[in-house]
Design a protein around this ligand. Structure first.
Ligand code: UDP
Length: 494
């Protein structure tokens, strides 16, 4: 650890669990590297990670958390709706985004009071408009999309070639331009900036403006995983790229792993005892991230497919999915009443990093959220890919076709805002069972997948160790900010 305490990194994580979680890890990594770190977020978002905040405040590398009042009721959002996972309709997205823009004055006010003065801002994707604030303060401004270099490269090419605009409908496939391999995708399988919907236009334009104005991109990934895509991204965008992950590997202790983004107390011992009773690499872990929700029909197909696969599994069932009595009764009947020890249902929030690090777990059924994908890579696990929305279809392509560590369940249609199966059943039980079978016992091909996944897991750990690629990139990022600060001081004096 070198001492850079005069350097002050200000982090503005976008208000969604998939953004908050890695940004807090980045904040902790930066603090460990000796810089002063401040995180600005809303009280409801902070309260979700309160145990982590408490622990950080007593650690040798503390981080300052500053609360921002989020105008919910003022703009017509329900009280407490300070996080994207509280959003229940697409119409709420723009309202939420507009509310976030009202934070501007508060942010500026706090930045003026910071000691030492801010040296840079790292902003989450939808805080892209804050680059103007960084300019006012004369400090560098970095974006954190929470995407992989591969995805960012794909999206950059779409901005360039506009192939998504040449198709006549959101569901018509086209070839994603600029890649060395052939990859067909549809417009609806892309993040919403590419949906060409007028209601999101302003938001998308502002994100793009930020992308063009940024000093560089902070990426939660590592170079050995991206197979040259970090360099390609740098060359194509002419912006600096710092791959500093997998940042989840910073969580080594049990409490770190369990409390990460925890929303409700979870019976950790029950989960560990259950896992301890299983054979090595025999368990399938099934989770669709913080925003994925399935309809009752899709839930039952998924559950039936898992049962048919005849493997022990942990299935995370989100709160919104339990609202239906039909599903509730069915879950009780099929999974819980008989005390079937083959499955463990987790209701609510699972200690995902802890589960995936357990030796009993052998595979992951995932929605391909980038954090989940990278956490699986870090644990050396192959995956069944079941993308829902956002850039998840791009991650699926990386995992299955580029890295060769995944089995696609075969999703064709994107779901609206992660609400899987709104248009009926998207994936049938046979397809679920078949994919899980291939994942866990896929013969020679399966063994090769497992071998590759393990190898990447080892490389992930090395990348984060002292002297590893991500570790060096973190040092380089700090160096960049230090040099920028030194240059500004000289300019100021002359
Ligand atoms: N996560 C968790 N428990 C859960 C669901 C999610 O710990 O029950 C964590 C997961 O480990 C990951 C993040 O939440 O770090 C989800 O991010 P991801 O990018 O995978 O998906 P998103 O939620 O953004 O769709």
């Amino acid at each position: 650890t070198s001492n850079h305490q005069n350097l002050h990194f200000v982090l503005l994580p976008w208000l969604a669990p998939g953004h908050m979680i890695p940004m807090i890890d980045i904040a902790r990594l930066l603090a460990e590297h000796g810089v002063t770190v401040t995180v600005l977020t809303t009280p409801a978002n902070a309260s979700r990670i309160q145990p982590t905040i408490d622990r950080i405040s007593h650690s040798t590398h503390p981080i300052q958390f500053i609360p921002l009042h989020f105008p919910t009721t003022e703009v017509g959002l329900p009280e407490g709706c300070e996080n994207m996972d509280s959003i229940t309709s697409t119409a709420m997205i723009t309202t939420f985004y507009n509310a976030s823009k009202l934070l501007r004055e508060q942010i500026v006010h706090h930045l003026h009071k910071l000691k030492p003065a801010p040296s840079c801002i790292i902003a989450g994707m939808c805080f892209a408009w804050t680059y103007v604030i960084a300019r006012e303060f004369g400090v560098p401004w970095f974006l954190f999309h929470g995407f992989s270099c591969f995805s960012l490269f794909c999206l950059h090419n779409l901005h360039l070639y506009k192939s998504h605009e040449t198709v006549s409908s959101p569901t018509e496939p086209f070839v994603l331009p600029g890649l060395p391999h052939r990859f067909e995708i549809t417009r609806e399988q892309l993040p919403m900036h590419f949906h060409l919907l007028p209601q999101y236009q302003e938001m998308c334009d502002e994100v793009r403006e930020g992308e063009l104005a940024m000093d560089g991109e902070i990426v939660n990934s590592f170079d050995e995983l991206e197979l040259g895509y970090s360099e390609r991204l740098e060359a194509a965008t002419m912006k600096k790229v710092w791959t500093v992950g997998p940042v989840s590997l910073y969580n080594k202790g049990r409490s770190d792993m369990v409390e990460r983004g925890n929303q409700s107390m979870f019976d950790e011992m029950r989960c560990l005892n259950w896992l301890d009773s299983k054979k090595p690499e025999s368990v399938v872990y099934v989770s669709f991230g913080s925003m994925g929700r399935f309809t009752p029909a899709q839930m039952m197909e998924l559950g039936s497919g898992l049962l048919a696969s005849n493997r022990p599994f942990i299935w995370v069932v989100r709160e919104g999915e339990r609202s239906s009595e039909e599903v509730e009764d069915w879950l009780l009947e099929k999974f819980e009443k008989n005390g079937d020890s083959r499955c463990l249902l987790i209701r609510g929030w699972a200690p995902q990093v802890m589960i995936m690090a357990h030796p009993a777990v052998g595979g992951f059924v995932t929605h391909c959220g980038w954090n989940s994908t990278l956490e699986a890579v870090s644990s050396g696990l192959p995956m069944v890919t079941w993308p829902l929305f956002s850039e998840q279809f791009l991650n699926e392509n990386l995992v299955v076709d580029v890295l060769g560590i995944g089995v696609a369940v075969g999703v064709r249609t994107a779901t609206k805002w992660g609400r899987g199966g709104e248009d009926g059943v998207l994936v049938g039980r046979e397809d679920v069972a078949k994919a899980v079978e291939r994942l866990m016992d896929g013969g020679e091909e399966g063994e090769e997948r497992k071998r590759r996944a393990k190898e990447l897991g080892e490389k992930a750990k090395k990348a984060m160790e002292k002297g590893g690629s991500s570790y060096s990139n973190m040092t380089n990022l700090i160096q960049y900010v230090a040099e920028y600060a030194a240059k500004s001081t000289v300019e100021h004096m002359t």
